[in-house]
Design a protein around this ligand. Structure first.
Ligand code: ADP
Ligand code: RBF
Ligand code: MG
Length: 213
């Protein structure tokens, strides 16, 4: 994709139909080695999500809450901003390493003690035309560099906006290049005050840190 907007949605915050919610335990995905591409995605089951069938296939962004187990190394590194990792040197985007993703608001002490942490995220909903998946999937790339996996953990997402439609690509490098842009667009969109506030108490917060079913 050549020309792309660098920010999504108005400064006043998300607009209907957002926020949309989805949650569940992180399961194994297609094992396609998206980690080797530098883009791990936490897969969550789409069964029982009422809006998923009618949602447009594509890339969305918002906040994610994850309940990490007591032994998880990332519990100590609380909610600070994360620098984008170097994803793939062969792509044409300007140094993603210099991108700093916004930190999410902090959950209250009780939720922190229970292992909940909030992060910015981008996610893909659809059939991954580049890989021709037979089933619709939902996978979340959390904008944080984790020390360790979190398979089996409870994950909650609050989706606040739509970035672009799902595309087919001529090469894996082209796909990675667009995902790098998605990450930057999500970070820039979420760091605005009204969009951060959505992840606080009284907004989507209680959902994101597991206090709401
Ligand atoms: P799978 O095909 O099983 O989904 P991936 O290569 O996509 O495998 O890796 C996903 C797993 O990596 C997640 O389930 C999670 O445990 C871990 N992980 C580590 N860092 C991240 C991250 N920043 N975003 C999403 N998942 C991550
Ligand atoms: N797959 C596609 O086939 N087309 C896409 O446009 C596409 N966009 C994605 C955007 C993001 C932010 C993420 C995290 C993934 C995207 N994928 C896309 C899915 C990608 O193919 C998938 O993560 C890997 O195949 C691992 O399952
Ligand atoms: Mg995955």
């Amino acid at each position: 994709m050549a020309e792309r907007p660098q920010i999504i949605g108005p400064d006043s915050g998300p607009e209907p139909p957002f926020p949309l919610r989805m949650g569940g335990q992180v399961v194994s995905g297609f094992g396609r080695g998206s980690k080797e591409l530098g883009i791990p995605t936490a897969n969550i089951p789409v069964e029982g999500v009422s809006w998923i069938e009618t949602a447009e296939s594509g890339v969305y962004f918002g906040w994610a809450g994850i309940q990490l187990p007591p032994s998880h190394p990332d519990l100590t590194t609380a909610n600070h901003a994360s620098t984008a990792p170097s994803i793939n040197p062969t792509t044409a985007n300007p140094s993603p390493q210099s991108t700093v993703y916004p930190s999410a608001p902090s959950p209250p002490p009780s939720a922190l003690e229970a292992g909940w942490r909030l992060y910015p995220m981008v996610m893909s909903i659809g059939y991954n035309p580049f890989y021709n998946n037979p089933v619709r999937s939902a996978e979340v790339h959390v904008l944080h560099k984790f020390e360790k996996d979190f398979y089996g953990c409870e994950m909650r997402v609050s989706i606040l906006g739509f970035i672009r439609r799902e595309l087919d690509y001529v090469s894996v490098e082209a796909l990675i290049g667009d995902i790098e842009t998605d990450c930057r667009v999500a970070g820039a969109s979420l760091e605005r005050e009204a969009w951060r506030r959505v992840a606080e108490s009284g907004g989507e917060g209680e959902w994101l840190w597991g206090e709401e079913a």
